[in-house]
Design a protein around this ligand. Structure first.
Ligand SMILES: C=C(O[C@@H]1C=C(C(=O)O)C=C[C@H]1O)C(=O)O
Length: 314
């Protein structure tokens, strides 16, 4: 177990240590979190805005792209799960850790709200002068039938639309890292990565930093990549809230850790839900490019929502 503490300049280290020890001691006596796979009352799942609103937003974005002032914009939608009882963040976290072993699984609490996620997307990792990140964009569903699953993966690799959506992210990451680096390198061809419910085009990107820029500052330089924002960002940024009509909150933000050497790791808060009492708000977005079809993009948000929906709706 790793404990993190928020330290202020006037804090007494001994008192902080004692508080952390007391917290660990208290945890030992807490009841084990229990996820109930067969709750007596059914959860209610509702799209916050009608799905047609999302399709219209995608259509309007493609018009802006066709007009020539934008290459890509990522648009998200929200779905609420009203459960019969309060959601249990610890139990949810336990289930996500089992179901998504290759993802960044976390829970961050503040006040009465907890953000839980199983994100496949690394924003940045720094170890001394080495930095690593992942371009992740371009998606398709999975199939339980291995040959169909492989076919879907090959289709994704051959899809010009998805390859372009993906290339925009690589280009921007390389442009952001280059001024800080001796070299930035990425394989010529993406691979597909499979998570439980979806597969994505992925390209790992590595850089040798020219000076020890902190991981926090690297995260600030890279975020938001066009995997969650858009290209060019200055055009996409004001369009996103206007078209989505929602408050993203912590969704798509960087979440991670920093050590005393300023090394660390940040992922992008995707495949996440904000839990507050019996309400869970889920978010899912897609990259919209010129060829995007509104119905297909809506369907892709449904696939992405399937990461957390079965866990939260019982
Ligand atoms: C925006 C999300 O995912 C991002 C968008 C992707 C896409 O459009 O293909 C793929 C992975 C993520 O970078 C999300 O999950 O909400």
């Amino acid at each position: 177990m790793t404990l993190a503490a928020r330290v202020c300049p006037d804090d007494d280290p001994e008192a902080l240590l004692a508080a952390l020890r007391a917290r660990v001691g208290a945890l030992r006596f807490d009841a084990l979190p229990l996820w109930d796979p067969a709750p007596t009352s059914r959860a209610k799942v509702v799209s916050v805005m009608p799905p047609a609103h999302y399709e219209q937003a995608v259509a309007r974005a493609t018009e802006r792209i066709a007009a020539g002032d934008l290459q890509k914009v990522v648009l998200a939608r929200e779905v609420d799960v009203h459960a019969g009882a309060d959601h249990d963040p610890a139990a949810t976290l336990g289930v996500l850790r089992e179901a998504f072993p290759s993802c960044f699984v976390f829970a961050v609490g503040r006040g009465d709200a907890t953000l839980v996620a199983a994100s496949p997307e690394l924003l940045v990792r720094r170890d001394g002068l080495r930095a690593g990140t992942l371009a992740l964009a371009g998606s398709t569903r999975r199939s339980a039938e291995p040959s169909v699953d492989r076919h879907l993966s090959e289709q994704l690799l051959r899809s010009a639309k998805d390859r372009e959506e993906h290339a925009i992210v690589i280009r921007r990451i390389a442009e952001a890292l280059s001024p800080l680096s001796v070299w930035v390198t990425a394989p010529d061809e993406p691979v597909t990565v499979q998570v439980a419910n979806i597969q994505h085009l992925a390209t790992p990107i590595r850089a040798q930093l020219a000076r020890p820029v902190s991981v926090l500052s690297l995260a600030g330089t890279l975020h938001p990549t066009p995997a969650v924002g858009g290209e060019p960002l200055a055009t996409a940024a004001p369009m996103i809230p206007a078209l989505e009509g929602l408050d993203r909150g912590w969704y798509a933000g960087p979440v991670g850790w920093v050590d005393t050497n300023e090394d660390g790791e940040f992922c992008v808060a995707l495949r996440c839900a904000l839990l507050r009492g019996p309400l869970a708000r889920l978010y899912a977005g897609v990259g919209v490019v010129r060829e995007s079809d509104p119905a297909a993009e809506l369907a892709e948000t449904d696939v992405k929502l399937q990461a957390l929906l079965p866990v939260l709706s019982g």
